[in-house]
Design a protein around this ligand. Structure first.
Ligand SMILES: [Zn+2]
Length: 415
């Protein structure tokens, strides 16, 4: 099983927007691209909204059938590990092996030494083709990398082997993720992480490092654009080299998590992947849930009333909702509107505050980030929320499609 050159992770908390998401991708594919949709959902999301992996599979299959989509598509068990993978095995054909929590865990001296021995040829001043400057590879650096990443890559291998036993070799796509950590991995670290994965027989088709800068949920990239461009380009060159040198799958590509709404880096990524003729996987999870709330506000009447209720419940439980996402949000509490203010908003005002149009005078990224992490509030509303999604399917689906096509795919693929 091979993932196409371009693929988009379309997460969907409540499994109701599969068709709208697929419409956006099919529209982009009309221009000759072949973007593979990948419906991804993590164990954490399933737990919060009380859904099952089979719901994601059903959503994907139904959307594909309803729209007559004939290309490849996948269902991604996002951020799984050995303790959470089981319930995804039957219905998923894409697995994101999250090994972030194993970074820095102990490895035996024997393993470290074997790794150092296998890296002798890279020691010294080492030039990756295309890179402006050679990498300086010392024994100390390699030791540090070994202690940091050997256990994590071993864990990736253990999960991969577990999946091979359960599903059979070649019957699923393997992604390795290390993005949910504090500090980014450098290009040289990425090079040796890929070597370790290859040594341990993990045929990763996508890898999700933590990139430099902040990838906050649902809002634009925050960081040094030049530094990002430099590292992203070096990462692309490292992957290209790793494929040839270590024998990893030729379709190996970068996976950008929390990738929705990063409008300021889309043109940078587009230019670099074009320059080297490389692929890209971009996960856009929570942005679709935000469009559901925007769609409710747009519908007006009881839809707008429900959107206001969601905000009121979210603000009252701000600390609890934000805690699990502390590393990936930046909310300035003093810039959050009061419940009374929001209750007085028109449909337009609510949409404008929530919709991600950079520079729009009413856009409020603090409001947006709080709603982003508040999907548990909607989940608790149960059928009250789901019934509204169904009642306003057309207007909400329109918002979801427009967001993915107009604000994401067009910018990312130069359409
Ligand atoms: Zn991630």
């Amino acid at each position: 099983m091979k993932l196409g050159k371009f693929s988009i992770g379309v997460g969907d908390r409540f499994s109701h927007q599969g068709k709208a998401q697929l419409r956006a991708i099919m529209k982009a594919n009309e221009s000759g691209l072949e973007i593979n949709p990948v419906w991804n959902k993590s164990n954490r999301e399933h737990t919060y909204v009380h859904s099952e992996p089979i719901d994601t599979r059903r959503e994907a299959d139904e959307a594909v059938k309803a729209l007559g989509y004939s290309g490849q598509y996948f269902v991604d068990a996002d951020h799984i590990n050995l303790s959470t993978v089981d319930r995804f095995i039957e219905v998923s054909d894409f697995f994101t092996l999250d090994v972030a929590s194993f970074i820095g865990k102990d490895s035996s001296e024997e393993d470290v030494n074997a790794f150092l021995d296998s890296c002798k040829k890279y020691m010294g001043s080492f030039q990756i083709p295309g890179m402006k400057e050679p990498l300086e590879i010392t024994k100390e650096l390699l030791e540090e990398i070994a202690h940091k990443f050997l256990a994590a890559t071993q864990q990736a291998s253990d999960i991969y082997q577990y999946l091979v036993k359960a599903k059979g070799e070649g019957n699923f796509i393997t992604e390795v993720s290390m993005d949910e950590v504090e500090s980014p991995q450098t290009p040289v670290e990425l090079l040796f992480i890929l070597k370790m994965l290859a040594d341990k027989g993990v045929p990763a088709q996508t890898i999700a490092p933590k990139f430099t800068g902040r990838f906050n949920k649902g809002v634009d990239y925050v960081g040094d654009l030049e530094q990002f461009a430099k590292e992203f380009e070096e990462d692309v060159l490292v992957l290209d080299y790793a494929v040839k040198e270590f024998g990893l799958p030729e379709e190996l590509k970068l996976s950008v998590h929390s990738g929705s709404d990063k409008f300021s880096i889309y043109p940078i990524m587009a230019e670099i992947i074009n320059k080297y003729d490389k692929g890209l996987h971009l996960k856009t999870a929570g942005t679709t849930w935000l469009e559901e709330v925007i769609g409710l506000a747009k519908a007006g009447g009881d839809g707008l009333a429900l959107a206001k209720k969601i905000y009121a419940n979210s603000l009252n439980r701000k600390d609890e909702l934000c805690a699990p996402y502390a590393d990936v949000i930046d909310i300035d509490g003093s810039k959050l509107p009061t419940i009374e203010e929001v209750n007085g908003w028109s449909s337009e005002q609510y949409q404008n505050a929530l919709r991600h149009i950079p520079g729009h005078p009413e856009y409020n990224p603090n409001f947006r980030q709080l709603i982003h992490v508040a999907y548990a509030v909607a989940a608790e509303l149960g059928s009250e929320y789901i019934n509204m999604l169904e009642k306003y399917e057309r207007v909400i689906g329109g918002c979801v499609e427009e967001n993915i096509y107009e604000r994401h795919l067009k910018l990312l693929f130069n359409l």
